[in-house]
Design a protein around this ligand. Sequence first.
Ligand code: HEC
Ligand code: HEC
Length: 298
Amino acid sequence: MLLRTFLRIFVFVLLVVGIYAYVGQLVPQFEEHPPKKKVITAQTGRKELVAIGQELLRGKGGCLICHKDSETGNTRGPDLRQAAVHAPTRRPGLDGEAYLLESLRDPEAFLVEGYPKMMSSALKPPANLTPAEVKAVVAYLQSLGGVEVSTVVTEDDAAQSQRAAKAVHRGRALMDQHACTGCHKVEGEGGDAAPDLTRVAERHPPAELLRKLNDPAAWTAPGFDAGIMPSFAEIPEGDRQEIVAYLAGLSGIAYSATGAASPWSHEGVRLGMIILIANILMLTALAWARRRERREVT
Ligand code: HEC
Ligand code: HEC
């Protein structure tokens, strides 16, 4: 008797776990927005500035392609653990901080002996750091070298930095990623083989734009040939939504990338419904089992 009850519970639990696992696996990978970039302001504390600088040096700055900031790493450029220590002696007339700033902004102004001219300005691509980010990296170099962190981000640096950090719309980035801009122009950039999409949402509402991405035969822009525009039905739903949200925004039309025209088409809502139904089923099964048990007892 006890064993039967136990077995029943076991099978039941297995079933519930199975349903949840199945549902979880059903949910498409709806890409979330990347975490907000850390914006450096004049109020950013020293410790945080150093931490941001370290992140930039190891990440976006690409500095470790040539340098090392720990025991192991590349030696095409000088060991950065010593940079702040050597800095005050490198260039007559420049103190340590000024030298470090110069070596990032204008590396060719002075070459460390024994090294070739190969580093490009951190303000330019590929590193493309903002002025405030350069200061953050210098703060990290100072901290790394064990000297006083004297670098200060001014309101001016921060303002320039914020302007640069005003990230491109994700939809715009996705249009590059999915090669839309290879054929289409948008906001003045891109190819000429297809219609300019800057004001396309004035001609076609968001729902139609989504349809065009799923099925390029939905309509053909006047003056252009059909059959050239590829289908984007296979790219993630979230990507299509973001692109349409971006195009809608360019025409001043509000469109939420996550809440499509009908709330039922949103994954979150659908998942919620499935979980609700699963819970109702579970409660029903429990109530049924209870009733049977009572009947068995009496
Ligand atoms: C393509 C390779 C390369 C990359 C990438 C690079 N550097 Fe350099 N860096 C060098 C070389 C080579 C030197 C030495 C010659 C010179 O002074 O320009 C140098 C010099 C320096 C110096 C002066 C060091 C000293 O001891 O005086 C600093 C500071 C520095 N780099 C920091 C950086 C930072 C920070 C980055 C990332 C934003 C970076 N570098 C990216 C190659 C590179
Ligand atoms: C290989 C080239 C090519 C690529 C890549 C491409 N398209 Fe197109 N697209 C076209 C051509 C050509 C037309 C015009 C003929 C037509 O309507 O099918 C067009 C038409 C459109 C239209 C209708 C424009 C209007 O004025 O009616 C939209 C909207 C559109 N494309 C969006 C996109 C988006 C968004 C992407 C990227 C996800 C993309 N296209 C990728 C070639 C391309």
